[in-house]
Write a protein that binds this ligand. Structure first.
Ligand code: MG
Length: 167
């Protein structure tokens, strides 16, 4: 029989999300408003793909339900919801499981809007949400070369490391 893992063993989590970017939608990514963007993510909540991928990574690492199960997209309570609030609620479940986030890293791929100019703002927002120093929260914006004429969309991958809340 395999011995149980020690409680301090870290846990890794992976999340991904993709939303179409369409005209007439506010563009909130990583909890930061891109007020100069003519397109924004389409979805039931505010459709913040960065926060959705990050939230799913947190839940996955903790062995909890996923974002779609906790906050279904047919539930009117989450219509237009601020995804920072969804992340806070998920983090509360993670904390109740005796875990906390140690670090996260995120890649966001889209033609527009450009992530770079707001990268540090987003890192600060995410670090505040996760109660982490900014150097433990990273974000890279990538441009999908060769896909310039494809439908506008944002695709995000997030990875997190969780450890015991007591460490
Ligand atoms: Mg989503």
């Amino acid at each position: 029989m395999t011995a149980p893992l020690p409680p301090q063993t870290p846990r890794i989590g992976l999340g991904s999300d993709r939303h179409a970017l369409v005209a007439g939608r506010p563009c909130v990514l990583g909890g930061v408003l891109f007020d100069d963007s003519p397109i924004g993510p389409l979805g039931h909540s505010d459709a913040d793909a960065i926060l959705h991928a990050l939230t799913d990574a947190l839940l996955g690492a903790a062995g909890l339900d996923d974002l779609g199960t906790l906050f279904p997209d047919h539930d009117p309570r989450w219509s237009g919801a601020d995804s920072s609030e969804l992340l806070r609620a998920a983090l509360e479940l993670v904390n109740q499981a005796g875990l906390r986030c140690w670090s996260c890293d995120i890649v966001a791929v889209c033609m527009e809007p450009k992530i770079g100019p707001r990268r540090s703002l987003i890192r600060k927002h995410l670090a505040a949400l996760l109660s982490l120093p900014t150097d433990r929260v990273n974000l890279k914006g990538k441009t999908p070369e060769g896909n310039e004429t494809g439908p506008a969309a944002i695709e995000v991958t997030a990875v997190v490391l969780l450890g015991p809340a007591s460490a």
